[in-house]
Design a protein around this ligand. Structure first.
Ligand code: KG4
Ligand code: ZN
Length: 338
């Protein structure tokens, strides 16, 4: 407790960011430390799981110490320890989880396991102090693309998801094909701003009528085929045009399905979460559609969109308030369902 308010220490290590944060009463961030491995994985064009685990192990204690020091709190004052236990890379998850368990056992504090996607959604509670459920959430990252009906702080129901690649994965793959580098999402976001989104009409994949699922694996092949046929015809590739056209095809489907789901389920708020939620074109397209249908649109600032521990701390706080407690048998679950 600090000033009569609950204090949460949270740890996140599901992919390539080692992160720790301290929060007061779930929504006020006292510190949020993120040690990113992007520069290391860049060399390989994607996250290498074994390398990720090793770096989490090297960094996690320093990151936790930094979070505690920056927040100016002691372990005695901490009321709960929140940690991501899935989904994610198993080796990476295990490092954060083992660390959280060690602190929980040594300091005799309750341990709260958090679903990574629940955390991403909760990033919005940190950013928007007035936001409350119910709402429709679009969770869109390197590992996930889900439309989630959120009816309470701990009540989430997945209405649709990707059947193959996640949206961020599609961005990263297409960026690689276009020779833009890693991670591709922010690079495509930037360069697409200079291109014509209707230069190439890539196929919009809506799947069966009424389905809230997605499929993004075809568009990567579509982009590859287009590049090859242009090269064979001796024409130069206009990278901004291809990037903008790819992005438009992907986002049109995402926006249509998300807004459609909000209207069908009578939700007057849409909440964005995950790394791709930082995308400027997605925000612009959704803003326009939401305005048309009088739906409120919420998204976190970019640093709360990508992986961080503050969002995990917020989710842990609401689970704690609902009486959830985990013990030292809590295991990492790489394909944990929401
Ligand atoms: O949430 P996150 O940090 O990690 C996962 O849980 O996956 O998301 C990372 C993903 C990457 O695929 C990255 O390319 C994408 O988010 N991303 C973006 C943007 N910023 C990050 N995609 C599109 N536009 C962006 N501005
Ligand atoms: Zn994530």
């Amino acid at each position: 407790m600090k000033d009569g308010k609950l204090l949460t220490l949270a740890i996140e290590s599901s992919c390539d960011e080692t992160a720790a944060a301290v929060l007061l009463e779930g929504r006020q961030v006292l510190s949020s430390i993120i040690s990113s491995q992007i520069d290391i994985h860049k060399l390989y064009g994607g996250v290498v799981p074994e390398i990720a685990s090793r770096h989490h192990l090297e960094n996690v204690n320093t990151v936790v110490d930094q979070a505690m020091t920056e927040a100016g709190v002691t372990m005695d004052e901490v009321d709960m320890i929140g940690v991501t236990y899935g989904p994610g890379l198993v080796g990476a998850l295990l490092i954060g989880l083992a660390t959280a368990k060690a602190y929980a056992a040594a300091a005799d504090k309750p341990l709260i396991g958090v679903h990574h996607i629940h955390g991403h959604i909760c990033a919005n509670f940190i950013e928007h102090k007035e936001l409350e459920p119910p709402f429709m959430a679009l969770v869109i990252s390197g590992g996930h693309t889900n439309i989630v009906e959120v009816t309470g702080y701990n009540e989430c129901r997945v209405l649709g998801g990707t059947r193959d690649d996640a949206a961020g994965e599609a961005y990263d793959k297409v960026a690689r094909v276009l020779g833009l580098g890693y991670p591709g999402g922010p690079l495509i976001d930037k360069i697409a701003g200079e291109g014509n989104p209707h230069a190439v009409e890539f196929k919009r994949v809506f799947l069966e009528k009424g389905s809230l699922d997605f499929s993004f694996s075809g568009i990567k092949t579509g982009v590859l085929n287009y590049i090859n046929s242009e090269k064979q015809a001796g024409r130069e590739i206009n990278v901004p045009d291809v990037a903008a056209s790819f992005q438009e095809a992907v986002l049109e489907v995402i926006v249509a399905k998300t807004v459609g789901a909000a209207i069908d389920m009578k939700k007057d708020k849409i909440v964005l979460a995950g790394g791709v939620a930082a995308n400027s074109r997605l925000r612009a397209m959704l803003s326009e559609e939401c305005k048309k249908h009088s739906i409120g649109l919420y998204y976190p600032s970019p640093v709360l969109c990508t992986d961080n521990a503050a969002m995990i701390g917020c989710a842990a706080y609401y689970k704690y308030k609902a009486g959830c407690r985990d013990d030292l048998t809590l295991d990492a679950i790489p394909n944990l369902k929401l």
